[in-house]
Ligand binder design. Structure first.
Ligand code: NI
Length: 172
């Protein structure tokens, strides 16, 4: 188990652009393993490498009930399939405790590579579509609170800054 520390908004490192992956090597395999451990440990349904301060275009997801269907997307690209939009309440491991409605395309085509570098395509809808779009935003340095009004976003930012400044509870 090697869960890593998740960056919390408004950490500026969540804004650093992510580079495409060029080498499909042992280092990528270790990164994906750590990302999966971090996501399952949190627990969450998706995690982008940037959230553990690795600025590469890698995403892990598991939207299954059983929590045993890991999906890995390397260098993902998303195309709107023009089936309308849907608004869903989203959460984010980097914005703990807040859920906000975000409107996104209902169905998307995902083009990506797997951990060996093989190209694949996936038509995503439902939670998979929501999650992949949320995670690709992370790779572009975007956090879901960016969809909110400035006032609402600042309220969330201030609360998270305050909660991180407080000393952690000590357990005897
Ligand atoms: Ni997120």
């Amino acid at each position: 188990m090697s869960a890593r520390k998740i960056l919390i908004y408004p950490d500026p490192r969540l804004r650093t652009p992510c580079e495409p992956v060029a080498e499909f090597d042992q280092a990528l395999e270790s990164l994906v393993k750590d990302m999966a451990d971090t996501m399952y440990d949190a627990p969450g349904i998706g995690l982008a490498a940037i959230q553990i301060n690795v600025h590469k275009r890698v995403i892990v997801m598991d939207v299954s009930e059983s929590r045993n269907q890991l999906q890995v997307f390397v260098n993902p690209e998303i195309f709107d399939l023009n089936q309308g939009t849907r608004e869903v309440e989203e959460g984010c491991l980097s914005v703990p405790g807040f859920f906000v409605p975000v409107k996104r395309p209902e169905k998307v085509l995902v083009k990506a590579q797997d951990i060996q570098g093989n190209h694949f395509e996936l038509e995503a809808d439902e939670m998979t579509a929501v999650c992949i779009q949320h995670e690709v935003d992370h790779l572009d340095g975007k956090v879901f609170v960016d969809y909110l009004s400035r006032m609402k976003r600042e309220r969330i930012r201030d609360k998270l800054v305050k909660s991180q400044a407080e000393p952690e509870a000590r357990v005897a």
